[in-house]
Design a protein around this ligand. Structure first.
Ligand code: ZN
Length: 412
């Protein structure tokens, strides 16, 4: 008779809108959606209840930057991409489950090979396997020989960009991801931009034509300007790397980023995770020459990354939480570490939570579906034992994960 209706009694509710935690609130869930949020005493009686009266309840987390087909175990990118597609897809499923079980109910995947991520999402939607909601770019567009070329998105020239973007959108891409600079792929030049402005603009326009978004991977400082000129909606990394490969924050470009209103995913964790591993490997004498050089010459490199993010945040740039899971040593069940690093960059814990919930959903044009726990939103939520606003590590292994009102994990 209750149409699957249920109640979640929360000791504290952090609803993802940025408001302070509220005491003793209950959520009514019907048909997988939140239909009412009210004080305990004002909620319907007799419904099946998840009693989280001693817990903090938050929206399911959104990882704004991940590569779900990659292992996140330090395997070299080129070696990993030599594996057959079937193995990449199975790894993607394993990662998707690890994320979901850690409370990440949505992943914005910033690049996978071929059509694999579309197929994984098809399998999740068909109920063949479990997994989070996916916001997908499919193959990132990259110049011939460019960053992540193994994914199959090499393209040159404005006409070809238009065609490639149209193809991705037809396959089901939610946004177009463009490698506007080189990156961690061996043989690419992170310190220099890649595409010309007319190429970037052609791809961005195709996304905008049908109301979708375009995002640029920017390491080189000049690539940030180009992404803004092209009208991109989102910048990944935003690292301010000068042509001499040193990181040099550029105030005038940062002000342009702020004025444009684009979202920035600073991906702080991926560098921090790999620095920890490289230092361990260096201490054991098993670091590669490149790793040893980084450890010896730039042991505090992460401080620069955090300082960049702090400067952007202080200028009012909306930062969102994506940890680049899959890349190098970053795993899918540790998004809380990116939130901790956002706090190191000057966000309050509540703002960091917003960067992985309400603000993240807005950045994906999904604010009317997910990211907050208010009536009319999907009942993706987590329950954690300790107050995440005083220690974000509380988010590490949620006691309860609900996806669309269904219990996925119950560690109580
Ligand atoms: Zn990435």
């Amino acid at each position: 008779m209750n149409n699957g209706a249920m109640l979640v009694r929360a000791g504290w509710l952090i609803d993802g809108t940025g408001t302070e935690p509220r005491r003793q609130v209950a959520l009514t869930i019907e048909g997988g959606m939140v239909t009412q949020v009210a004080p305990w005493e004002a909620t319907p009686r007799g419904l099946p209840t998840q009693d989280l009266g001693e817990f903090f309840v938050l929206p399911g987390l959104i990882n704004m930057h991940a590569h779900t087909i990659l292992p996140g175990d330090g395997t070299s990118f080129a070696d990993w991409m030599a594996l057959p597609d079937e193995l990449l897809l199975l790894q993607a499923h394993t990662n998707a489950l690890a994320a979901l079980h850690s409370g990440v109910t949505t992943i914005r995947d910033c690049g996978g090979k071929g059509r694999l991520m579309f197929r994984l999402r098809d399998a999740i939607r068909a109920g063949i396997v479990a997994g989070p909601r996916f916001v997908l770019s499919g193959r990132p567009l990259t110049i011939t020989g460019g960053h992540c070329r193994y994914f199959g998105g090499e393209v040159d020239g404005a006409d070809a960009m238009r065609q490639a973007a149209r193809q991705l959108l037809a396959e089901g891409a939610d946004f177009i991801k463009i490698m506007a600079a080189g990156g961690g792929t061996v043989g690419t030049y992170a310190e220099f931009p890649t595409f010309d402005l007319d190429e970037l603009t052609a791809a961005v326009r195709e996304a905008h034509r049908i109301g979708k978004l375009a995002s640029c991977h920017c390491i080189a400082t000049e690539s940030i300007s180009l992404a803004l000129d092209a009208g991109a909606d989102h910048i990944e990394h935003c690292s301010f790397m000068a042509p001499d490969r040193l990181w040099r924050y550029d105030e005038s470009i940062a002000r342009r980023v702020a004025a444009s209103g684009v979202y920035v995913t600073p991906t702080l964790q991926v560098g921090a995770d790999s620095m920890i591993k490289m230092k361990e490997r260096h201490a054991l004498g098993i670091a590669t020459p490149e790793e040893a050089q980084i450890v010896v010459e730039t042991p505090n490199r992460d401080d620069d990354t955090i300082a960049n993010a702090r400067s952007l945040h202080e200028l009012g740039v909306p930062l969102v939480a994506g940890n680049d899971a899959g890349w190098r040593y970053t795993r899918f069940d540790t998004l809380y570490r990116e939130l901790q690093l956002l706090v190191a960059a000057g966000l309050t814990s509540l703002e960091a939570i917003g960067a992985a919930t309400g603000r993240a959903a807005a950045a994906c044009q999904l604010a009317d579906r997910i990211g907050t726990l208010v009536p009319g939103r999907v009942a993706d939520l987590i329950g954690v034992q300790h107050d995440p606003t005083s220690d974000l590590a509380a988010l590490a292994a949620p006691a309860l994960v609900l996806q669309g009102g269904r219990v996925i994990v119950d560690r109580r």
